[in-house]
Design a protein around this ligand. Sequence first.
Ligand code: HSE
Length: 309
Amino acid sequence: MIKIYAPASIGNVGVGFDILGAAIQPINGSFLGDLITIKSSKEFELINKGIFADRLPENTKENIVWKCWSKFCQITKKNIAVSIILEKNMPIGSGLGSSACSVVATLVALNEFCNNPLNKKDLLLLMGQIEGEISGSVHYDNVAPSYLGGLQLILEDKKIISQKIPSFKNWFWIIAWPGIKVSTAQARQILPNTYSKEICIKNSRYLSGFIHASYSQQPILAARLMQDFIAEPYRIKLLPNFLKTKKIIKSIGAISFGISGSGPTVFAVANNITIAKEISYWLKNNYLQNKTGFVHICVLDLHGARKIG
Ligand code: HSE
């Protein structure tokens, strides 16, 4: 029996649309991600458990886990007879890389179960491909951090798909999911097809500056440069009171605030725990739209997908 955990992630991290992603881990030690348990069986079987199991499609063939299994069997030219338990702890359409958690945990578990026929690079390419089929276009900014951990810069180079970037040890990432769903495919459709030269230059300047600040360990510069000119201006209408919330969270002391992936989760960065707790308190009382919503104070999950138990 193999049990794999794949953590949630913040796509884009403000400044790197589709090419920066951060794996996160709540400081209270809880699991914010999906778990896959796999064992041999006479034939394929999928059991859904977990907090959000009731939001999964009824038809097994529409479940991401089935899609991963089917693709993996195709690639390895085997009919892998397994029983899989999916513990769906991530809300779907939350902007926390929920589909990536399922994709990563399933493929890591299957690969492990079959004695690793795919190497890390090929496994990551497959994760990106399946994520693309689900969301409408290939993007690695959730699967790469969930699989490899930490802050990942997606290169999509023929040899290196993703690269771990140095992060800041005293940063706390506060995430708030309001309890409502935003479809990634729809949140991508509302973005323009083309951007002006001015925006392209500005975006390059901020993103390269952020990478420079990360390597030279200048946290305040890095936080100042975490600005989104590509998605945020168009997506704020999908989120409850985004601009007002941003202003208040910054006044509490956040050094950065933005949309996590395609939303509606928002994230704030604080460089001390007192401010992180104040931000968390405010978001709990003001940003959540219903009882399913949640707020977590997190640090980066530097390990990514891993065996549990
Ligand atoms: N980079 C992707 C997007 C992440 O913003 O559409 C989706 O979670």
